[in-house]
Design a protein around this ligand. Structure first.
Ligand code: GLU
Length: 568
C-alpha cells in the first residue's frame, strides 16, 4: 500500500484550534467578522489557538489589497490571530507567523498536488477531460427532464492508456473525487445531525483546469495540516461539509468538530448586502428628483451610466462614487463591511460586543461586555440555530453609550485618530486648541466618532464662503419673531465687536446682558440668530463654545455677512 503523506502533528497545542479562512475578494463583511470573533473567543477561552488562513486560490477574485484589508480590519477589531499571516502594524508591532505556514493558500500548491496524487493513486480521484460544452449539454438535458444534474462519471470509461494519452497531449483536465455510494451523516454542534442521502453528492472537482485546487480540497488539506480541531463557519457552508467528510475519509484525515453559525440578516429578513447602499442612494436621488448626475460628482459618472444605474436595482456604483454621492445627498449609507463601520465612527469594542449578540448571548440579560468576558463565556451551546437580525438602532445606542461614558481625553484622542484617517483636511484647518474645544463641546452628543466631522462642517468653511440655505428652520430663526432674528443679531453686533474676552464664559455673560435688556431675558432668542449667522444652520454645539471655537475675527465676519444676506 502507498504510504499516506504524514501530518505534522508535533507542534499542536493542548487546546482547540479554530480557524478563520476568508476568501479575499472585496471587504470583510460583518458576517465574516462575527465568524472570526466566535472562532477567536472559542479558542482563546480554552487555551487554544486561533488561526487565520487566507483562501486565495480563486485567482480571478482574490487580490492582495483585499487580503491586507482583511488583516487590517481584524486587527482593528481586536480579533488577533495567534497563528497566520505575518502582519506588521504602522507602529512596528507585529502579529502572526507560526509553524504551519504558508497561510496563503496560493502558496501551498505543491502540498495540495501531493495529496491529489495520493488520491489518484489510491483510486479515490481521477482525471476528467470533459469539455465545458459537453458538461453544459448534460446539465441542460437534466434540466429538461427535471432531474437534478450529477456528474455521470464519463471519465471513468476511459482506459488507463487513454488517460495517459490525454495527459501527455496536455488536454485540459480537472481532477474529480470519486465519491463512495451511501448516505453521509453530518454531525454539527449547533444544528445537530443531518443525513445527506446517497447520490446527492456527485464526483466533485478537486483540482480545476487552471491547476489550482478547489475550495473543498484546499480547506480539507489545510484544516488537517494546520491541526484544526473545530470548524466554526457560516451555515451556508453546512452542505459543503459532506464533501469535506468524503475527502477526509479518502485521505485518512481526522474529522474536526463542526459548528455552523446562523447567518446575519437585515431586520426585514433580507440579506445584508453591498446593494443596500445603492438602494439608499437611489431612494435619496428619487426624493431629490435628480435626473442627471450632480455637478459635484465632477464628471465621475456619465449621464448614461447614471441613468442605467438608477434604473437597475442590481447595478452598483463604484465605492468612491457612492461615498461622494452620499456626502452630496447628505445621507448615511448602511454599513455592511467592517471598514464601513470604522469609517462611520463606531468603536471596535462596540462592534465586537454587538456582533457577539448576533447569534449568541451570554444569558442573564447581560448585553454589554468586552472581549475578555466573551472569551471567558463563549460557548457553542448558546449559539442559536436561526438567523440573527442586525439591529442598527441598538448598535448605534451601544456606540453612543460607550462614547458618552468615556473620559473627555479619550474622546479627544480617538477623534483625532479618526480625523487623521478619514478627515485629514478638516483636521488640518483647525488648531489643536480649536479641535480640542470642538471635541469637548461635541462629546456628550456624539453617537459616533464621525458625527463631530459630519455635523460641524461650518467650522472649516471659509468665512467668506459660508452660505445660508432657504430652509424653514433658518428662515424662522432669522426672519420671524418680534423683533425678527436679524434685528436681534444687528443689536448684538456692537456688543460682540466690543468684547475683549472671547471665552465661552465672557460671551455668555455679554449675551445674557443683551437678552435681559432686549428679549425679556430669553437667551435662546438672542442666541439662535447668532448660531445661524456663524454656522449657517440651526444645530451646533452650545453657542458660546461655537463662537469661542471660531474665534472673534471669524465670528464677526460671519455675522456681518449674515446681516447683509438677510438684510438685503
Ligand atoms: N473561504 C471560505 C469562505 O470565505 C471559507 C469557508 C470555510 O470556513 O470553510 O467562505
Amino acid at each position: 500500500m502507498t504510504p499516506k503523506v504524514s501530518s505534522p502533528d508535533s507542534s499542536l497545542p493542548a487546546g482547540p484550534v479554530t480557524r478563520f479562512a476568508p476568501s479575499p475578494s472585496g471587504h470583510l463583511h460583518v458576517g465574516g467578522a462575527r465568524t472570526a470573533l466566535f472562532c477567536w473567543a472559542f479558542a482563546n477561552g480554552r487555551n487554544g489557538t486561533f488561526l487565520l488562513r487566507i483562501e486565495d486560490t480563486d485567482q480571478k477574485r482574490s487580490s492582495d489589497a483585499a487580503s491586507i484589508g482583511f488583516l487590517n480590519d481584524l486587527d482593528w477589531l481586536g480579533i488577533h490571530w495567534n497563528e497566520g499571516p505575518a502582519f506588521t502594524r504602522p507602529d512596528g508591532t507585529a502579529l502572526g507567523g507560526g509553524a504551519h505556514g504558508p497561510y496563503f493558500q496560493s502558496e501551498r500548491a505543491d502540498t495540495y498536488n501531493r495529496y491529489i496524487e495520493q488520491l489518484i493513486r489510491d483510486g479515490h480521484a481521477y482525471h476528467a477531460f470533459d469539455t465545458p460544452e459537453e458538461l453544459d449539454a448534460k446539465r441542460k438535458a437534466s434540466l429538461a427532464t427535471k432531474t437534478p444534474y450529477r456528474y455521470d462519471r464519463a471519465a471513468l470509461q476511459l482506459s488507463p492508456a487513454e488517460v495517459d494519452a490525454h495527459l501527455r497531449a496536455g488536454t485540459p483536465a480537472v481532477v474529480r473525487c470519486r465519491v463512495p455510494a451511501g448516505p453521509i451523516v453530518i454531525k454539527d454542534e449547533i444544528l445537530g445531525e443531518a443525513t445527506i442521502p446517497a447520490g446527492e453528492v456527485d464526483d466533485f472537482v478537486i483540482r480545476k483546469v487552471d491547476g489550482f485546487p478547489t475550495y473543498h480540497f484546499a480547506v480539507v488539506v489545510d484544516d488537517e495540516l494546520m491541526g484544526v480541531t473545530h470548524v466554526l463557519r457560516a451555515q451556508e457552508h453546512f452542505t459543503n461539509t459532506a464533501k469535506h467528510m468524503v475527502l477526509q475519509d479518502a485521505l485518512g484525515f481526522r474529522r474536526p468538530t463542526y459548528a455552523h453559525l446562523p447567518l446575519i440578516f437585515n431586520p426585514d429578513g433580507s440579506k445584508m448586502s453591498k446593494r443596500d447602499k445603492d438602494k439608499t442612494l437611489r431612494a435619496a436621488v428619487q426624493q431629490k428628483g435628480l435626473t442627471e448626475p450632480p455637478a459635484d460628482l465632477g464628471g465621475a459618472i456619465t449621464a448614461e451610466a447614471w441613468k442605467a444605474w438608477f434604473g437597475d436595482k442590481n447595478k452598483q456604483l463604484d465605492f468612491d462614487i457612492a461615498a461622494k454621492l452620499a456626502a452630496i445627498l447628505d445621507v448615511t449609507l448602511p454599513e455592511i463591511n467592517v471598514d464601513d463601520f470604522r469609517r462611520s465612527g463606531y468603536l471596535p469594542s462596540v462592534v465586537c460586543n454587538f456582533l457577539a449578540l448576533n447569534g449568541w448571548s451570554p444569558g442573564e440579560n447581560i448585553e454589554k461586555f468586552d472581549l475578555e468576558f466573551l472569551k471567558a463565556r463563549f460557548d457553542l451551546s448558546r449559539v442559536q440555530k436561526t438567523p440573527a437580525k442586525f439591529d442598527r438602532v441598538k448598535l448605534l445606542s451601544f456606540n453612543c453609550d460607550a462614547i458618552t461614558s468615556m473620559a473627555r481625553e479619550e474622546f479627544l484622542r480617538l477623534s483625532i485618530a479618526h480625523g487623521e484617517q478619514f478627515h485629514p483636511a478638516f483636521l488640518k484647518k483647525l488648531t489643536r486648541e480649536q479641535f480640542a474645544m470642538l471635541a469637548g463641546a461635541s462629546h456628550e452628543r456624539s453617537k459616533t466618532l464621525d458625527e463631530l466631522f459630519r455635523n460641524n462642517r461650518w467650522v472649516t468653511a471659509a468665512d467668506g464662503a459660508l452660505t445660508w440655505d432657504d430652509s424653514k428652520n433658518v428662515r424662522k430663526a432669522m426672519l420671524e419673531g418680534t423683533p425678527p432674528g436679524i434685528e436681534r443679531l444687528r443689536g448684538l453686533q456692537p456688543t460682540l465687536t466690543a468684547l475683549a474676552d472671547w471665552s465661552p464664559a465672557a460671551l455668555e455673560a455679554a449675551v445674557k446682558l443683551f437678552a435681559d435688556a432686549n428679549t425679556g431675558g430669553n437667551l435662546g432668542m438672542a442666541a439662535q440668530p447668532l448660531r445661524v449667522a456663524v454656522t449657517g444652520g440651526t444645530v451646533s454645539p452650545p453657542i458660546f463654545d461655537t463662537l469661542a471655537i471660531l474665534g472673534k475675527e471669524s465670528s464677526l465676519v460671519r455675522i456681518s455677512r449674515c446681516l447683509a444676506h438677510f438684510g438685503s
